[in-house]
Design a protein around this ligand. Sequence first.
Ligand SMILES: [Zn+2]
Length: 306
Amino acid sequence: MPVKEFMQQSTWGEFTAIQFGILTFVPQPTSIDSRIFEYWWLVMETNDLDYLCDRVAALIAGANRVVVFTGAGVSTESGIPDFRSPGGIWSRFDPDDFTIDKFMRSSETRKLQWQMLREGGLLKDAEPNAAHYAIAELEKLGKLTCVITQNIDNLHQRAGNSADRVFELHGNMQWVRCMGCGNRFPMDDILRRLDREEVPDCPFCHGILKPDAVFFGEALPQETLNNAIHHSRNCDLFIVIGSTLVVYPAAYMPMYAVEAGAKLVIINLMPTPMDSRAVVVICSKAGEAMPKITEGVRKRLESRSG
Ligand SMILES: [Zn+2]
C-alpha cells in the first residue's frame, strides 16, 4: 500500500502535523525570510514507513507521559478474529443474542454463549505478536505510562506489560464473573465444567456466570473507565494502534487526550475519524510499525545516556 503523507513543518523546524492522505503536502520553511513566508507547501509522496516510525520514536523519546490505546487490529495480528469482520463470529451467531439483557433473561441464550465459547475457542492458542512485545518493551524503557485497550484477550499482559498498567475497557475473557456474588473464576476452570453442564452456575451462590467481558448494552467497568479517562487527559502523547475509533466510549479517549493538549499518533490500516487531529498517521500493520518505533526509541535513549 502506498504510504502518502501530509506534513506540516513550522518555520522553527518543528513538526507540527504529519498525516497520510491521497495527496501529500510537505511545507518547507523558506530559507529567505520565514517571517514573510511562514509555510511553503510542496507536494510529495513517500513509501517510507521507516521515516514515519522514526518520527514517532522521536515523539515518544521526547514525551513524559505516553499512553498507548489498542484495538482489534492488534489482536487480529495474533489470529483473533475481529468480531465485526465478515466471516467473523457474528456470521454464525446473532449479535442480538449477546446483549446483557438477553443474557441475563434467557437461559437458552446463556447456553448458546457457553456453547460458542466451548467450540469457538476464540482466544485459544493466540500468542502475543510483535506489536504486543514492542509495546511491552516501551514500558521496560520507561516510556509507557499505560495501555488502554479495547481487547479482551490478555495479550498485553502476556507480552510483559504490568497488569496494573493495562486498562481493559471491555473486560478480559480469561475470567468469568458471577452476576450474583461478584466472585471471579478462571475461564478455563468453567470451560472444563461444560463437559457435564450446559449452563454452569456459581459454585458459591448458584448465580449466573458471565464471561468477564463487556457485553452489548452493558456498562464499562467504572474504575477502569475512570483510570483510562484520567490517563488520557494527563498524557502528553497518545498513540492509537489498530483501532478505527468507532466504538464508544472507548473512542472518546483520544479526544480527551487531544483536547487536553496531547499530541496524537494513529497507527491503523484504515482511516479513522481522528486522523485529521493526529500529528502522525501511519497506515500499516501494528506488528510492522511498532517494532521499528520501539527500536528507534531505544536507540535514542541509548545515545542520550551514552
Ligand atoms: Zn456467586
